[in-house]
Each structure stands twice: as structure tokens, then as C-alpha cells.
Write a new protein. Structure first.
Length: 154
């Protein structure tokens, strides 16, 4: 005789209530999770854009200060300038093109690479007499700056 013949595989009513409450809690948690994720996605572009603007401004100001405090000579349109004079000129161009600049590389390209009027590149002349393109010189310093800020080095 089979003892399980009268037994059903259905759970008792109390178990159904517990399972139902558990499912409701799971559904509520899932909905809250989805709501939180949607809020994070909606807020992320704003906070990231704000952070990028802060980072861009800080990086650009660092590069302008680097030019200003450098001991190299800047050559622009066959005339030579001190670091301070070059920084003033670059900053003036930055203020003019600020709305078009969204990366430090674009800042270098628009403000510190060459004359947009004559098409002549800007050069720097080191104390040893070496002549370098200002864009390459600043790109190198930008890479150094990023390494320092990324790894927290002074």
C-alpha cells in the first residue's frame, strides 16, 4: 500500500502566505533597485559633465601656469616672447575659444599650437638652444600632469 497516495504535493496554506509575502518583498526590492538605477543613470551625465568641466578648467589653468613659469622662450610669428607673455596670449585665445574646447588636447590645438591667422606653428626654445613645437612640448607636460594627478604624486 502506498502511504503517499493521499498526500498532495501542494504546500499548506500558511506556507503559501509566507511565500506570497516573500515574493512581495522581492518585487518591492526589485522595483526600488530599478528606481535607484534609473535615478543614477539620470544624474550621472550631469555630475560627470560637471566633473569634466572642473577637470578641464584645472588642467588648462595648470598648462597656462606651466607656460608662464617656464624658463623657455616662445616664438610666435617670428617674434620671441617670455613665458609670461606667451601665457597671456594663450589665455586670451582660451577665453575666446572656451566654448569650443572640451578637452585639454583641443585647448592645446586651438590656443597653443600656432597662429590661426598666419598658419605658422609656435615654437619654444630651451635654454640649451633646442627648438621644439610648442604643441609637442605642452602635450608632453599634459601627459606628466595626468600621471601626477592620477597617482597623487606632487
Amino acid at each position: 500500500m502506498n502511504r503517499n497516495h493521499n498526500r498532495t504535493d501542494k504546500p499548506y496554506p500558511a506556507v503559501l502566505l509566507i511565500e506570497g509575502a516573500h515574493r512581495q518583498q522581492q518585487a518591492f526590492r526589485w522595483m526600488m533597485f530599478l528606481l535607484l538605477m534609473m535615478l543614477m543613470v539620470a544624474m550621472a551625465p550631469r555630475s560627470m559633465a560637471g566633473q569634466q568641466t572642473v577637470d578641464l578648467d584645472a588642467t588648462v589653468q595648470y598648462l597656462i601656469t606651466y607656460v608662464q613659469e617656464s624658463d623657455v622662450v616662445f616664438e610666435r610669428n617670428s617674434s620671441r616672447y617670455s613665458g609670461e607673455e606667451a601665457a597671456q596670449h594663450i589665455n586670451k585665445k582660451y577665453q575666446h575659444y572656451k566654448d569650443d574646447i572640451d578637452t585639454p588636447e583641443k585647448f592645446i590645438k586651438l590656443c597653443a599650437t600656432g597662429s590661426l591667422m598666419t598658419g605658422k606653428p609656435y615654437f619654444i626654445i630651451t635654454s640649451g638652444g633646442e627648438q621644439l613645437l610648442s604643441s609637442e612640448w605642452l602635450q608632453t607636460e599634459l601627459a606628466v600632469y595626468r600621471l601626477r594627478t592620477e597617482y597623487g604624486a606632487p
